[in-house]
Write a protein that binds this ligand. Sequence first.
Ligand SMILES: Nc1ncnc2c1ncn2[C@@H]1O[C@H](COP(=O)(O)OP(=O)(O)OP(=O)(O)O)[C@@H](O)[C@H]1O
Length: 582
Amino acid sequence: MHSSLILWLYSYLKPYKTRIGIALFALLVSAGSWLMLGQGIKYVIDEGFIAADSQTLETMLSGVLAIALIGCVATYFRFYNMLWLGERVSANIRNALYTKMLALDMHFYSTNRTGEVISRFTSDTTVLQSVIGSGLSMAIRATVTFVGALILMFVTSIKLTLLVMLAIPCILLPIKLLGKKVRYHSQLAQDKVADMSAHIDQSLHGIHTIQAYSKEEADQSALHEKVEEAMRAAQDRIHFRALLIICVMGISIFAIVFVAWLGATSVIVGNMSPGSLSAFIFYAMMAGGAVATISEVFGEIQKAKGASQRIRELLDTPTPIHSEESEVTSLALDTIADTTPILTLDALSFAYPGTDKLVLNDISLRLLSKQKIALVGPSGAGKSTLFDILLRFYDATDGSCYLAAHHYQSLTLGQIRQQFALVPQEPVIFATDIATNIAYGDQNATSSQIEDAAKLANAHEFIVKLKEGYATQVGERGVKLSGGQKQRIAIARAILANRPILLLDEATSALDANSEASVQAGLANLMANRTSIVIAHRLATVQHADTIIVMDEGKVVAQGSHQTLLIESELYRELAKLQFIE
Ligand SMILES: Nc1ncnc2c1ncn2[C@@H]1O[C@H](COP(=O)(O)OP(=O)(O)OP(=O)(O)O)[C@@H](O)[C@H]1O
């Protein structure tokens, strides 16, 4: 029933066989000790207590204490090792999830919510951790105890045991029926929690806008609704789980009381010793307790099944864009002659996965080394999409891409992406200090290299004016920096990365004239002696590009210099007119 879950968990548990061995051994010893305690009780009553022999009573009691002590020590080892395994396995699953997360492609991220992914890391792995650490351990211990207690019950009295066993089908029935309900509601509750995480994630990212629009109350009530939905789902799960536990407990207690009554009658007529009856009841209660534990853990295991399903779903998500082995050992794009194409697109078309609208339509381009190339065109023309294809975030639906003379498919993802430095429209700044943010371009850079890059990017001046200079913490997503400062840090990062091709999505946000000039000077340094492809939103900045490519509705409609395009391309003329450049 739970074989797929167990098998999957086993693949994570396999490396820790010694610890599992110790835990299982400790488990057997502790279960054995508690079972032996029943025999001890029998002898204490029959040989010491009833025979009124204080010497035997003392010996027996010491024996009982020794057994209890062994049971305690073994329990410690079982507990420690099982909890350790739970923590270790969930930590390893988190690592595996993170590796997968880094490999998942843009299609995944455009169709999934980040909050849901985060909830796999946090809540789902925590469920597994508790199931391995305590749930599984309790289930195994209860099973061993149940089997042991049953055997000893048989040894003590076959007749009474057979009578007790009549209760078993009555116990299994609620487990079967209510277990199904528990599983269904567990899955639902976890989904609701993931939904809630997604909402929180979105609000955290948009907190600035929420507060600016005074939408706190509306957002609070939207979350409140989700919290309540999660609560309702959890409530249903708890209801069925509690029902399951009391059914099992009630039936077990009823059976034990009934059997105790029958046993007491046997003791009265002298067919059974009082010690045996006490031991029998002790075992029957242990067996009953074990069944109750199993039914309780059953709910936990159902919950874990849901969690593991979601984790496995993520781990098994296919990644169509992956790195193949490559026979190309060195690309050496730096050494390409200036008149040779560094990038070639050959009849390239692209539609986003799951759609059939061609966002890029039959594009053929030869981009020469060391040239400054500008991409212009109306919003939605496909300029950003072209960048994504160049970085191989997506594979072209039709046609081909070449770096120098190498087809993209003959290169690894790393080989392709290492040729590009990307400066996006919204600079991505990490919540750490300035030096680390710049060094993202080259993690082995020395501090003087970092400073040189910052100087070229026109960032050094403002950085040294900050209280802690390069060690200044910039806050989450760089909130402590201005727009222009963030852009210059992103430029310094790209300068330090020193990649042969620069992909620049020019910022549209208005900077003041000073800041703009500063950023432009930094960009000029970045583009010097490099192939650069710039998505230009303002034509003023690209008039001196070597080639301007005009895109419209996924097609290249014209290309050439500013002057030729003013004459040859109506669309370019229109764009220029709109921006008062002619
Ligand atoms: N992940 C996606 N899934 C489906 N369609 C998308 C996706 N991303 C973009 N598109 C669509 O692709 C088209 C081209 O978008 P793209 O962002 O490349 O245009 P753009 O020229 O960069 O526009 P802008 O100048 O406004 O940034 C648009 O119609 C857009 O709706």
